[in-house]
Write a protein that binds this ligand. Structure first.
Ligand SMILES: [Zn+2]
Length: 169
C-alpha cells in the first residue's frame, strides 16, 4: 500500500510539542546509560529500549562480539525481548529509544515489528566520528523506510558519553 499517510512534518528533526513531560528524554537517557554500561564491559557502546504504553518491555545492548552474531544489534535484541515479553510478533504503538541512530538492518527490523517511531540520541555522523561508521547501509536502504517509520533525533548532552568511555579503555 502506498496511498495516504504522507506526513510532511519533516524527517529527522527534534520533536516539537509531542512530549510535553520530557519522557522521551528520560527514556533516551536510560538508553545512553545502558550504552555506557556496554562500554565499561568492553562491548560496542549501543543500547536500545522498547517502550509500549509508557512501560519498557524490552531493553538490550549490542551483543555482536559477545555472540559472534552480526545481527545482534541493540535494537534487534530489544525488539526480540519486547516481543517475548508481550508474547506477540508486532509492537504496534511502541517507540524504540536508541542511544545512537539505528543502522539500516535495525530500521528494517523495526518496520517489520510494526514500530512506527524511533527516537535516538547520537546521529550516525556522530557515531562515525567516534569510530563506528555504518552509514553505507543507510544509503542502500534509500528513503522508502521513512514512509513507515518516524525518526526523531533528540540530541542530549550525554549522547557522546558512551563512545568516550569506550575510547578511554
Ligand atoms: Zn543496527
Amino acid at each position: 500500500m502506498t496511498s495516504g499517510n504522507h506526513d510532511e512534518s519533516g524527517p529527522g528533526t527534534a520533536s516539537t510539542g509531542d512530549d510535553p513531560q520530557g519522557l522521551d528524554a528520560q527514556w533516551l537517557e536510560s538508553a545512553i546509560q545502558g550504552a555506557e554500561r556496554q562500554a565499561r564491559d568492553g562491548a560496542p557502546p549501543f543500547f536500545a529500549v522498547v517502550v509500549l504504553n509508557g512501560q519498557a518491555v524490552g531493553a538490550a545492548g549490542n551483543t555482536v562480539v559477545l555472540n559472534n552474531d552480526p545481527t545482534a544489534h541493540a535494537e534487534i535484541m530489544a525488539i526480540r525481548e519486547a516481543c517475548r515479553e508481550i508474547s506477540r510478533t508486532r509492537l504496534t504503538g511502541a517507540t524504540l529509544f536508541a542511544s545512537a541512530e539505528p543502522c539500516a538492518l535495525c530500521l528494517v527490523a523495526a518496520a517489520f515489528a510494526g514500530i512506527e517511531r524511533i527516537v535516538y540520541a547520537l546521529d550516525a555522523d556522530g557515531a562515525a566520528d567516534a569510530g563506528f561508521d555504518y552509514r553505507a547501509g543507510q544509503a542502500l536502504l534509500g528513503s522508502g523506510i521513512h514512509e513507515c517509520l518516524r525518526l526523531e533525533h533528540l540530541p542530549l548532552p550525554d549522547s557522546i558519553r558512551p563512545f568516550t568511555s569506550s575510547r578511554s579503555r
